[in-house]
Design a protein around this ligand. Structure first.
Ligand code: JHZ
Length: 413
């Protein structure tokens, strides 16, 4: 009998409340980073339900179903931080800033979970001892080329205790774009409590549910992202359940808008936390009904975008995709956009070039193609870098090529 690789959750993964309320069903989809090699195109892809629910007790938005993390992260992982220049800059700036703020020295240990190709730790390694933790072997190899040592593991209580024994406690633990990815979030927080020294900080960046709800980045919903946090739901998890302090918060303009949270063991709270909680209250993020309107907004975006691009195709226009981010695959699969609409997608990630998008099977190729033949329209799937990409491609735009930006609202520039 085949092993079932996913499980439907009946209880809130954070507070344990029974019964989760449905807010959006994106159908059965393949994992968003499961790009296919040519020889895999004829094989049956694994599809998993992609359903979004909310807890009526702690208001944590989460996926209804947990896909086995080994199916998502342990095969070659196609996402490399280093492929997106604006993200590299963001990590480098943050790495330098936090090293200075904490006055890190070579005595201090910094551990990053989901350290990927080591871009963030490279910015910190001139100041402190650093260690990455990541289950995907291929990204760890890239990190090694940058001189960053990576433990091949999922971060949790067990791996935290192994690090503690070998390296001592950590002054700083980082989790950028990974805290929302781990179903057993309690195991992660237990690991943080065990490894963090008494004056240390845990700093994490994750997408903010307020951005998803208010500004339509629904495509950030895919199996890797189990949680869509508000500060309210984080406070409950971190303070009420795990006894740590949510000390400070920033809203940062990356991947739409993300939360950057600072968690400590002492009881000291910066004014940014109560201020942000107030802001969330005015947005209604502590009420169930706010979440019910979300699904209809997504379907509106689908109708607008499909109407525009089918009209363009009928008029004989050539459309290609720009960027093959994981989120792009949610959009393509939910909107049923395939190679008959987008001839190909260009992407700077070498590992993605020569592959096909999961589910929609659109070829992903090198950006050099845009120099060889000029499309009429480009669907910007990496919309979160719109500003940088529009600037980078100004020559193409001056030749009359138009960009279709699908999020937050469909627009053509
Ligand atoms: P990007 C990733 O999602 C994966 P993705 C992960 N699950 C996560 O949590 C989120 O980040 C936050 C390409 N590109 O960063 C490179 C160009 O081709 O939006 C990437 O493939 N040209 C861990 O995958 C993609 O676009 C360019 O000029 O949705 C961007 O992926 C630029 C700037 C990027 O994240």
């Amino acid at each position: 009998m085949a092993i079932k690789k996913w499980k439907e959750e009946k209880f809130c993964r954070s507070c344990g409340q029974f019964g989760l309320t449905s807010i959006l069903d994106l159908g059965n989809q393949p994992p968003a980073n499961a790009f296919l090699k040519k020889e895999e195109l004829n094989r049956k892809e694994s599809l998993f339900p992609l359903r979004v629910v909310v807890c009526s007790n702690c208001f944590l938005v989460q996926l209804q179903d947990t896909v086995d993390p080994e199916a998502l992260f342990q095969r070659d992982y196609y996402y490399f931080t280093g492929a997106s220049i604006p993200l590299v800059k963001h990590f480098e700036d943050f790495g330098k800033r936090i090293s200075k703020e904490l006055a890190l020295s070579k005595k201090d240990l910094v551990v990053e979970m989901g350290s990927n190709d080591g871009v963030l730790l490279s910015a910190i390694s001139p100041y402190a001892r650093v260690l990455g933790v990541d289950p995907a072997l291929n990204v760890g190899k890239e990190a090694k080329k940058r001189g960053i040592q990576t433990m091949q593991a999922f971060f949790g209580e067990k791996s935290a205790n192994t690090i503690l024994k070998k390296e001592g406690s950590a002054r700083l633990i980082l989790a950028n774009n990974v805290f929302a990815h781990i179903a057993d979030i309690h195991d992660v927080l237990k690991g943080i409590s065990a490894l963090l020294d008494s004056e240390g900080q845990f700093v994490a960046e994750m997408h903010w549910v307020g951005n998803l709800m208010g500004k339509g980045g629904f495509d950030q919903i895919y199996h890797e992202h189990i949680y869509y946090f508000s500060l309210h739901s984080l406070k409950y998890l971190i303070e009420e359940i795990h006894g740590l302090t949510l000390a400070r918060v920033e809203l940062i303009p990356i991947h739409g808008e993300c939360l950057r949270i600072y968690v400590i063991k002492e009881k000291k709270v910066h004014s940014s936390v109560p201020n942000f909680l107030k802001k969330e209250k005015t947005l209604g993020l502590h009420k169930l009904k706010t979440y019910f309107t979300f699904g209809s907004g997504v379907n509106q975006t689908r109708n607008t975008l499909l109407k525009k691009i089918t009209a363009l195709r009928r008029a004989g226009k050539r459309i290609v995709g720009y960027g093959a981010p994981a989120k792009g695959n949610t959009l393509l699969n939910y909107f049923k956009i395939g190679p008959e609409i987008l001839n190909y997608i260009i992407d700077t990630t070498e590992a993605k070039q020569g592959t096909y998008t999961p589910g929609s099977h659109i070829p992903v190729i090198s950006p050099d193609m845009l120099k060889k033949e000029r499309p009429d329209y480009i669907l910007l799937l990496s919309w979160n870098y719109a500003e940088a990409i529009l600037e980078k491609e100004k020559e193409l735009r001056s030749q009359g090529v138009k960009f279709i930006i699908p999020v937050p609202n469909v627009r053509i520039v």
